[in-house]
Ligand binder design. Structure first.
Ligand SMILES: Cc1cc2nc3c(=O)[nH]c(=O)nc-3n(C[C@H](O)[C@H](O)[C@H](O)COP(=O)(O)O)c2cc1C
Length: 195
């Protein structure tokens, strides 16, 4: 097994005191913030890992690209989630990006269960990490940085393997699943470098 596969994730503190009160601001109600951020449509992915023969996985919609050179992505994982601890211990994870028909898979990995992987179609890849079948994309990542921020840990992963198929993604918007309705090509030539 590669040497870095066993490297443990070191969580850094993002700020000394980042509470709104310390800056003379009022705290925004968490439910209001959840609903407001729910206006920002995202895809849905399941972060999976394997640590000491134990498989772990959780549904996330916080997946974001960070950098192309070097290739970095990030996910924000709840501090108290079991999968967060497993990712922390292993130092590696896979982001499995869900197909629009995988709502049941999203629900499965969004609630506590004894064995999320029972009767599931998956395989272990060359990094000994679980890759879910039927997804439209997979990103295998080594944890590069982990920042403790509020009640989540921002996990930045260096992408070691990246693959995709043309299928339609599952979307999440205003607290519900949704589907893509293509509206045409981007008409901003100078922004083409971003794509
Ligand atoms: C659509 C959707 C998106 C989610 N996104 C996140 C996320 O980005 N980060 C997170 O910590 N939890 C997220 N959750 C909640 C976790 O999936 C859920 O708390 C999970 O049970 C925690 O994993 P655990 O079983 O390993 O503790 C999301 C749930 C859903 C349904």
């Amino acid at each position: 097994m590669r040497e870095s596969v066993t490297k443990k994730m070191k969580v850094e503190q993002a700020g000394v005191d980042s509470s709104p009160q310390s800056h003379g601001m009022n705290a925004v109600d968490p439910q209001l913030l959840r609903k407001t951020m729910g206006c920002f449509a995202t895809g849905v992915s399941v972060v999976t890992t394997k640590y000491q023969d134990q498989l772990a996985g959780m549904t996330v919609n916080s997946l974001t690209s960070v950098s192309l050179r070097p290739p970095l992505i990030l996910v924000c994982l709840a501090r108290d989630a079991r999968t967060t601890r497993a990712v922390e211990s292993r130092g590696w994870f896979v982001a499995n990006i869900l197909h629009e028909e995988q709502m049941a898979l999203s629900n499965r990995f969004a609630q506590p269960a004894e064995d999320h992987f029972a009767d599931l179609n998956f395989a272990l890849n060359e990094y000994d990490l679980p890759v879910l079948h039927g997804c439209i994309a997979h990103l295998t990542c080594r944890v590069e940085t982990a920042l403790l921020s509020g009640d989540h840990i921002i996990v930045i992963g260096q992408v070691c393997q990246s693959e995709f198929t043309p299928g339609p993604p599952l979307l999440f918007l205003r607290g519900a699943y949704s589907k893509v309705q293509p509206r045409g090509m981007l008409d901003v030539p100078e922004a083409a470098w971003y794509w």
